[in-house]
Design a protein around this ligand. Structure first.
Ligand SMILES: Nc1ncnc2c1ncn2[C@@H]1O[C@H](COP(=O)(O)OP(=O)(O)O)[C@@H](O)[C@H]1O
Ligand SMILES: [Mg+2]
Length: 244
């Protein structure tokens, strides 16, 4: 369960970047934060993952406050951000071992788990190659695989299909659907409305740091009186975005 309660964030300047955002994500569902570049998606995701503290408001993950229970939250979440880079000189195998140790995973059965995880994403043939030699898509798949190594109940993925071709993108979204079926709580951010529409049970449309509407893609079409979700999104965006 993720609870975001009237969260605001300002960086050093006076301007509020996130302007009072509230929503809840229940286990077994996928929530999508949909918004253009600069809307505040990454800022929100980083607050959920304890990397930033809200200026105001509270975020709870499985009942725990992200501003207080940092270490416990780290065990509860799988976090994928657009900012973190894998060590270019390491290899998928060594990264897997490093993160397994970091999360104190039992060594028993670890090799089998690695095979299962690497096979799912087609990483196995590259397991001993240096990261620097791998494609953007492969690096993204390794990041996803490692962020879920501890099988967390809550998954926070910032733009998870960025830089992926359509086949790889589908592997990732199918896997996220599987994880939701398995009862995990999932939030992802995206600027791609077709991804939000096909994958998310609920979509929060984020414009200039505010959620201007939320619901299923069908509900957002009904709300705006539009036939397609694309039109619904543009309608919500143009009615709520302030230039400047
Ligand atoms: N560390 C920071 N310091 C100051 N401003 C920032 C910082 N990070 C992001 N911003 C600003 O906050 C706004 C939202 O950014 P971000 O959360 O990255 O949006 P998104 O992920 O939706 O593209 C942007 O205007 C960006 O320039
Ligand atoms: Mg971002």
């Amino acid at each position: 369960m993720i609870e975001v309660i009237d969260v605001k964030k300002r960086y050093s300047s006076a301007e509020m970047i996130v302007k009072g955002v509230s929503f809840t994500v229940k286990p077994g569902t996928i929530y999508g934060l949909l918004g253009p570049n600069g809307a505040g998606k990454t800022t929100l995701m980083q607050m959920m993952a304890t990397l930033l503290k809200p200026t105001e408001g509270v975020i709870r993950i499985c009942g725990k406050d992200t501003a207080m229970d940092t270490l416990e939250i780290h065990k509860l979440i799988g976090f994928l951000t657009t900012e973190v880079k894998l060590d270019p000189l390491s290899t998928p195998n060594r990264l897997y071992e490093f993160f397994a140790a970091l999360y104190d995973l039992p060594s028993e059965g670890l090799a089998e788990r690695r095979t299962r995880d690497f096979d799912r994403f087609g990483i196995t043939p590259f397991a001993n190659k240096r990261i620097v030699e791998l494609s953007t898509g492969m690096k993204q798949k390794i990041s996803i695989c490692i962020s879920l190594i501890h099988e967390p109940p809550v998954i926070i993925f910032d733009e998870p299909t960025n830089g992926l071709d359509i086949l790889t993108s589908k592997q990732v979204t199918d896997y996220l659907k599987e994880l939701a079926k398995d009862g995990r709580t999932i939030i992802l951010s995206t600027h791609i409305f077709s991804l939000a529409e096909s994958l998310c049970d609920e979509i929060g449309v984020l414009v200039d740091g505010k959620i201007v509407a939320s619901g299923s893609s069908r509900e957002l079409c009904e709300l705006t009186g539009k036939e397609t979700f694309e039109d619904a999104f543009f309608d919500l965006y143009t009615k709520n975005h302030v230039e400047g």
